[in-house]
Write a protein that binds this ligand. Structure first.
Ligand code: B12
Ligand code: SF4
Ligand code: SF4
Length: 396
């Protein structure tokens, strides 16, 4: 006998529990999502920066309705997996030339973890239904407004820091979806009377780069997470101090959130998403600097860090070192980064050496690249040298 949509939902929720998803819900395949027009205006304002996968015509069109992406979809299953505070090692110890990695990226790559669990869910459903079901797994990169869909399925509410917050869980979790060809009854959104953000705006005030142009609206071009991970160009000078010792991603607007502070410690995060060792949480600069191409590949393999190239890592590391308090070692390490074959790394190293006051070293450097020379000149402007007095070798 064919199952009713409600029976299918019950089955999905039951199987989801056995797979230890922290939250699970069903969104309907509606023709329009309330946040779609907000997303369009976000793109039109240019807030997506260089993320073409957010703004190209296909992406914009497909986000309107999931059936544009997977025409067979009749149901969207949305799942959340928590990574929790993920601070097994001392995250406050970033002074000794350590960079910090955002909490979501400290364990195994969440894309793979979701693929694995959502494939298992598909198999369990097929076994229970006694038939195969066309399906598609989406995590992050598919053209879906994941948080919007998750809110509509009752997983949480859209907060002022743009995160999806699930009361009792906080926001330290990730989302993945399973699109199915069978019909299931959608689950309800949280009641609108639930407390949500209220008068609080701690996240907005705490953001070190003032990336929120308004409550619920983030200009990604100012966001440290974007600058360190998605953006591969020259990081604007105005943001470099604010980056502090962050090497990959940023958690500040979540750290200050009372929903995360209140999230009970008894929530067990997904074991695969937990950090393995200190280098996957707060790696030290010497370790990072010594990674050759193959070693770097091995270091990031199977983790979300693989989104960052070795060049980006060395660019970010230059900023981390420039902002560090262990100056002597930082300067020694920066000497090596200042010799990197990639101008973008040398340019950021010049800035960092200038910030640490290592002007003599900058002056001795032989350089022909115009961009690096501009960084060198900017760094030297902080000394008593004027442009005219600078050594000739600094001229292009
Ligand atoms: C692009 C992107 C980014 C960009 C832009 C972030 C952004 N806020 O848009 C950058 C690189 C900066 C980024 C950073 C991070 N990201 Co990201 N990112 C995405 C991605 C791929 C798309 C997000 C998107 O659609 N943005 C477009 C804007 C318009 O959407 P939005 O800000 O969410 O706004 C929506 C609502 O807030 C609402 N809205 C707009 N205005 C208003 C006004 C009111 C009053 C209300 C109520 C609602 C509302 O409508 C919008 C459309 O739905 C998603 C995955 C996906 N496919 O959805 C992951 C995703 C959002 N990221 C995620 C994570 C973990 C992060 C980081 C925490 C990583 C880190 N630690 O460094 C940071 C958090 C920064 C932040 N505060 O958002 C998770 C979030 C999980 C959660 N609990 O919310 C996601 C869902 C990935 C995943 N599969 O788990 N990310
Ligand atoms: S992730 Fe960091 S930089 Fe980005 S909005 Fe949040 S606090 Fe600001
Ligand atoms: S810090 Fe306050 S305003 Fe920001 S997301 Fe948390 S509850 Fe909402």
């Amino acid at each position: 006998m064919a199952l009713s949509p409600q029976d299918v939902t019950n089955l999905i929720l039951k199987q989801g529990k056995t797979l230890k998803f922290h939250r699970l819900g069903i969104a309907s395949v509606t023709s329009s999502l309330p946040g779609y027009s907000k997303y369009r205006s976000w793109i039109n304002q240019g807030y997506s920066g260089s993320m073409k996968y957010m703004s190209n015509a296909y992406q914009v069109n497909a986000r309107q309705n999931v059936t544009k992406f997977f025409p067979k979809a009749k149901t969207i299953v949305i799942a959340a997996l928590a990574y929790g505070k993920n601070t097994k090692f001392d995250t406050t110890d970033t002074s000794n030339n350590r960079g910090s990695i955002a909490r979501y990226a400290r364990g195994q790559d969440y894309h793979a973890v979701f693929h694995d669990k959502l494939s298992q869910l598909t198999q369990l459903l097929e076994t229970n239904l006694g038939t195969s079901v066309a399906s598609r797994i989406c995590v992050d990169s598919s053209p879906l407004l994941e948080r919007e869909l998750a809110q509509s399925a009752g997983l949480g509410f859209l907060a002022k820091n743009t995160m999806l917050i699930s009361p009792g869980l906080g926001s330290y979790f990730l989302l993945g979806e399973l699109l199915l060809e069978i019909e299931a009854q959608p689950t309800n959104p949280l009641p609108t009377s639930s407390k949500q953000c209220g008068q609080c705006r701690q996240c907005i005030d705490a953001c070190p780069t003032n990336a929120f142009v308004d409550e619920h609206v983030l200009d990604a071009r100012r966001c440290i997470s974007y600058l360190l991970i998605e953006y591969s160009g020259v990081i604007p000078l105005q943001f470099r101090d604010a980056i502090g010792t962050m090497l990959f991603g940023c958690d500040i607007c979540q750290q200050v959130c009372p929903y995360n502070a209140k999230a009970p410690d008894r929530i067990e995060p997904t074991p695969e998403l937990i950090s393995k060792n200190i280098q996957s949480e707060i790696p030290d600069a010497k370790f990072l600097l010594d990674l050759g191409s193959n070693q770097f590949k091995r270091y990031v393999q199977g983790t979300a860090l693989s989104r960052m190239s070795r060049t980006q890592m060395r660019r970010n590391l230059s900023i981390v070192l420039g902002n560090n308090t262990e100056k002597k070692q930082a300067i020694e390490l920066l000497h090596q980064l200042f010799l990197d074959p990639k101008p973008i790394v040398r340019g950021h190293a010049a800035w960092a050496l200038g910030k640490l006051g290592a002007f003599e070293h900058i002056k001795q450097h032989q350089e022909t690249d115009v961009y690096v020379l501009s960084e060198i000149n900017a760094a030297l402007e902080k000394t008593s040298y004027t442009h005219n007095e600078q050594p000739a070798l600094l001229e292009p």
